[in-house]
Write a new protein. Structure first.
Length: 183
């Protein structure tokens, strides 16, 4: 949980472990903003303004496993709110968080398989196995989509066999095809 490194560091703030805990928390905080950079990069690839994109957040609880429906400290919510501030249309799905709780955040709750073909971007933001329903990739088959897999739950090769899906995870994004190289 986000608070744990701070509590650990508070025992003796000059202790080497305390410094390491604070540093680790700072790195994790920065990593939480990485999906926003990927979405902006994808919009640029498409030649569309970021505000023109529809985004589906999958996994809104602050963690997926062990299972929880707790939204406190959720990086996914921070990402969703920032995308809404930038003008994106944001939808949300979580296998264990009730739609009424999602709606209270300002994010529109949806059923994942009903919403994937309406979204330009799908961000998988926690590792709950129920957030990845059977047939998800097949459902994305006809859509031009960025699929960010923040927990590397999907096999990259399985995803990238669909030419219309740009796959991304921490530190990787499907390269653009340079059409001039095929001439």
């Amino acid at each position: 949980m986000t608070k744990d490194p701070f509590l650990y560091a508070a025992v003796d703030s000059n202790n080497g472990h305390a410094v390491l805990s604070r540093s680790g928390r700072a790195v994790n905080s920065q990593a939480g903003h990485y999906p926003l950079k990927i979405v902006a990069r994808y919009a640029k690839r498409l030649g569309r303004p970021l505000s023109d994109l529809s985004v589906l957040l999958v996994g809104l609880a602050f963690k997926g496993w062990p299972e929880t429906n707790d939204l406190r400290g959720s990086t996914a919510l921070d990402i969703g709110l920032e995308l809404m501030d930038k003008g994106c249309k944001v939808f949300g799905y979580d296998a264990v968080v009730k739609d009424t709780l999602i709606k209270k955040t300002g994010i529109t709750p949806v059923q994942i398989l009903d919403a994937v073909d309406e979204c330009d971007v799908l961000l998988i933001l926690n590792n709950h196995p129920g957030n990845l329903p059977e047939g998800l990739l097949e459902r994305l088959q006809g859509c031009q989509t960025l699929l960010f897999d923040g927990w590397s739950q999907l096999n990259r090769q399985d995803v990238e066999r669909y030419n219309n899906i740009t796959y991304s995870t921490m530190g990787y994004m499907t390269p653009e095809i340079n059409e001039t190289s095929f001439e």
